[in-house]
Design a protein around this ligand. Structure first.
Ligand code: NDP
Length: 482
């Protein structure tokens, strides 16, 4: 059986423990490969390699660094088919989605930051009349840690690694143990691209073992983490006494506010995607849909009928729109919210059942599910489900919609559907979220800041924000004589 090895100091290697974890293909419910079960010893080995590589990499010209990262981007593109197949097999997402979104975006991440670093500049402040000149030197931090989740495996893994490397750091990265395959394949691409050994080190294994060892390592001074809010809190607690720099991109429970004056057809088709893309396993999915009362009945009917047309199936079938959920335990967690919804007095408008897919009978499939809730305080509307489940509920006034949008502990993103510019501005300013999409969803320009407020995280990624995170700003103050 295929073994997913660590990639340390430019070569693939087995874990010190000699132990292996099962890696499941969620579309079949079968183990198809074995993952290195890494511990603090492997992280230490990765740290030594990264430390050794840092002086040279941080002094490599920007042009050269950029050239290597561009080469990685090109190699990802050239391997689009095999990487997309690996992602679909490992994660359960439709192959078409991996081909159209995950892998192209992983390539764009490297291309974007390879270019961005060539334009990254810092400020100078002349203290006029005092013969003093200040400038800000932005220096790489050293060895940094990047930890990513399973929902968009290579997409989010590279979203962290690319800016960290572009700005001159050396990296120890850990993908989710549930979806390690494309991160494993990235090692080979780095070798082919000529990335010097030790610059990127990829350690596999569980969060509590390998992940915790990265976070707890006293000399890894910055951690960029994307994952659940509870894990983020644990990481923050571990890192705080060591005063590490932290970027935490955490969970969401995003509102989708639909006003009667919107472009209805466009809203309906995009809302279908914002609800169920990637089986609803995107932190940015609009899982709470609030609809203005005057169009609520029409929306309910049209939306449910469109949801019923979605095709749940094997990720490798061309007409599949909803693939498998990522794991058995995740399927069980997501399903438990359907039972909870019933207990809470909500109404299941469609879906709610697991699906048996012919030829993939043991896969983790669930029907896309729409639940009509009668208040925003129910647990189904307050807790992150992270699966193919959305709730709908009517509102009467803009203020009521705003209050419900904000009445949740998360604050990652929100979507507004309206053609009223005044309302757009009023709500965009008052909604508590890091990203507001107006008449669109998941529209990402990589130069823009990305991140959440409240329990959705701390810090921003994207564009120069990411390059700022991965560098330390130093003030150089020069006094001179005329
Ligand atoms: P987890 O928090 O369970 O895991 C995320 C990563 O952290 C995994 O690599 C995991 O390893 C690792 N990890 C777990 N425990 C520790 C630890 N103690 N120390 C260090 N690392 C640890 O999240 P999921 O993988 O379940 O991802 C889903 C979550 O991610 C959702 O809440 C979703 O909203 C959020 N997310 C947020 C995004 C954002 O940008 N804000 C984007 C995408 C997802 P392992 O899996 O091997 O245990």
């Amino acid at each position: 059986m295929k073994k997913i090895l660590n990639y340390i100091n430019g070569t693939y290697c087995e874990p010190f423990s000699g132990d292996w974890l099962d890696n499941y293909n969620p579309s079949k419910g079968e183990v198809y490969s074995k993952i290195a079960y890494s511990s603090s010893e492997d992280v230490e080995k990765a740290y030594e390699a990264a430390k050794e590589a840092f002086p040279s990499w941080s002094n490599t010209t920007i042009e050269e660094r950029s050239k290597i990262l561009l080469k990685i981007a090109t190699l990802i593109e050239e391997n689009l088919d095999s990487l997309a197949e690996a992602e679909a097999l490992d994660n359960g997402k439709p192959l078409s989605l991996a081909k159209a979104v995950d892998i192209p975006r992983a390539s764009s991440n490297f291309r974007f930051f390879a270019n961005a670093i060539t334009q990254f500049a810092s400020e100078a402040h002349e203290s006029v009349g005092l013969n003093t000149m200040n400038f800000t030197l932005r220096q790489p931090i050293g060895v940094v840690g990047c930890i990513s989740p399973w929902n968009l495996p290579l997409y989010l893994f590279t979203w962290k690694i690319a800016p960290a490397l572009a700005s001159g750091n050396t990296v120890i990265a850990k993908p989710s143990e549930i979806t390690p395959m494309t991160a494993y394949l990235l090692g080979d691409i780095c070798i082919k691209a000529g990335l010097p050994k030790g610059v990127l080190n990829i350690v596999h294994g569980t969060g509590p073992s390998a992940g915790q060892a990265i976070v707890a390592h006293p000399n890894i001074k910055a951690i960029s983490f994307t994952g659940g809010t509870a894990t983020g809190e644990h990481i923050a607690r571990t890192a705080a006494p060591m005063f590490k720099k932290l970027s935490l991109e955490l969970g969401g429970k995003n509102p989708n506010l639909i006003f009667a004056d919107c472009n209805y057809d466009k809203m309906l088709s995009v809302t279908l995607k914002s609800s169920f893309a990637n089986q609803g396993q995107i932190c940015l999915c609009g899982s709470r849909i609030f609809v203005e009362k005057s169009i609520y009945s029409k929306f309910k009917e049209d939306f449910v009928s469109k949801v019923k047309e979605l095709k749940v199936g094997n990720p490798f079938d061309g007409d599949t729109t909803i693939g498998a959920l990522v794991s058995k335990s995740h399927l069980e967690k997501v399903r438990s919210y359907i039972d909870l919804a019933k207990e809470e007095g909500s109404k299941i408008l469609c879906g709610g059942n697991t699906v048996t897919v012919e030829g993939s009978e043991n896969g983790y499939y669930l029907e896309p599910t729409v639940i009509e809730v009668n208040n925003n305080d129910c647990r189904v509307n307050q807790e992150e489900i992270f699966g193919p489940i959305v709730t709908i509920m009517p509102f009467e006034t803009e203020d009521e919609a705003l209050q419900m949008a904000n009445n949740v502990k998360y604050g990652l993103s929100a979507t507004l559907w309206t053609n009223n510019l005044d309302r757009t501005m009023r709500l965009s300013k008052r909604i508590e979220a890091g990203i507001i999409w107006v008449n669109t969803w998941l529209n990402r320009d990589l130069r823009t800041p990305f991140g959440g407020v409240k329990n959705s995280g701390v810090g921003r990624e994207g564009g120069f924000e990411a390059l700022k995170f991965f560098t330390e700003a130093k003030n150089i103050c020069i006094k001179y004589d005329e």
